[in-house]
Unconditional design. Structure first.
Length: 265
């Protein structure tokens, strides 16, 4: 009965995360990580591993949910293959490096850094800041370096990479459709290599719950994957009904509260 109640709780969390992700047009990680951190805290997960578990599990869910999104963009031809190929080595390497950095941080420090990152995203949304569109993509070495930075930061905080990849691709001359589509494809290697490395780094940690393998909590993974995808569609429908500027300010306010919660403890 306890296992069933826990799984039902994760289904509810997944539904909430999916709805907000679809409603506000962001990758699920910015929503899933704080939601998981809150849920794990209620379950009494040790604070030393709580954030690592939230970030690792978030990346694992993005492998599945991101695959659906990337395939949809692939079918519509919105993935710019040469740019994705140029970014790919950096994305994979950066994801692994980001996880090893996270593994060497205390849970408290990782939570604080996540809070700062979320606040920066909130400020960007509140001010409506957007990158200046470019016209010429940089050479392959610069793209590899950019991929490494995007992969490392995204894996460190358990996000799919769209927050960083879309502005970068826009500067490279991508249309918004290309930027979003290519970013969705970039999220897959980040999530896959990040989640796999989180499992390896956390393998056998004495403070982990029994239902976790490394820093991935499987009941949470199952519940969020099952519920987030269909409820993301609900969020998208709501987004077409509500005014865009109100949505932006509402999400920025939500991220501000989340960021302060992590920073202030």
């Amino acid at each position: 009965m306890t296992v069933l109640i826990t799984l039902l709780g994760y289904l509810v969390l997944g539904a909430a995360a999916g709805t907000m992700a679809g409603l506000f047009g962001v990758g699920g990680g910015l929503i899933i990580v704080p939601v998981l951190a809150f849920a794990f805290e209620l379950q009494g997960v040790a604070p030393e591993v709580l954030m690592h578990l939230a970030v690792g599990t978030s990346l694992a869910t993005i492998v599945v949910t991101g695959a659906s999104s990337a395939f949809g963009h692939f079918q519509k031809g919105s993935i710019h293959q040469p740019w994705f190929t140029a970014l790919l080595p950096g994305l994979m390497l950066g994801a692994v490096v980001g996880v090893f950095v996270a593994g060497n941080l205390s849970g408290t420090l990782l939570g604080t850094l996540f809070g700062i990152f979320v606040l920066l995203v909130a400020i960007k949304m509140m001010l409506g800041l957007a990158p200046k569109p470019g016209s010429v993509a940089p050479g392959k070495p610069v793209m590899v370096l950019a991929g490494a930075v995007i992969g490392a930061i995204s894996a460190l905080f358990g996000i799919g990479g769209g927050t960083l990849a879309v502005p970068w691709l826009s500067r490279c001359g991508a249309t918004m459709t290309q930027a979003v589509g290519t970013s969705a494809a970039c999220g897959l290697p980040i999530a896959f290599f990040g989640a796999l490395t989180f499992i390896i780094v956390g393998w056998g940690h004495p403070l982990l719950p029994a239902s976790a393998t490394g820093f991935v909590m499987w009941p949470a993974f199952i519940g969020i994957v099952l519920a987030s995808v269909p409820f993301a569609r609900l969020g998208v429908k709501l987004a077409h009904v509500l005014p865009a500027h109100i949505l932006r300010y509402a999400f920025a306010a939500l991220l501000t509260l989340v960021g302060l919660r992590f920073i202030l403890g």
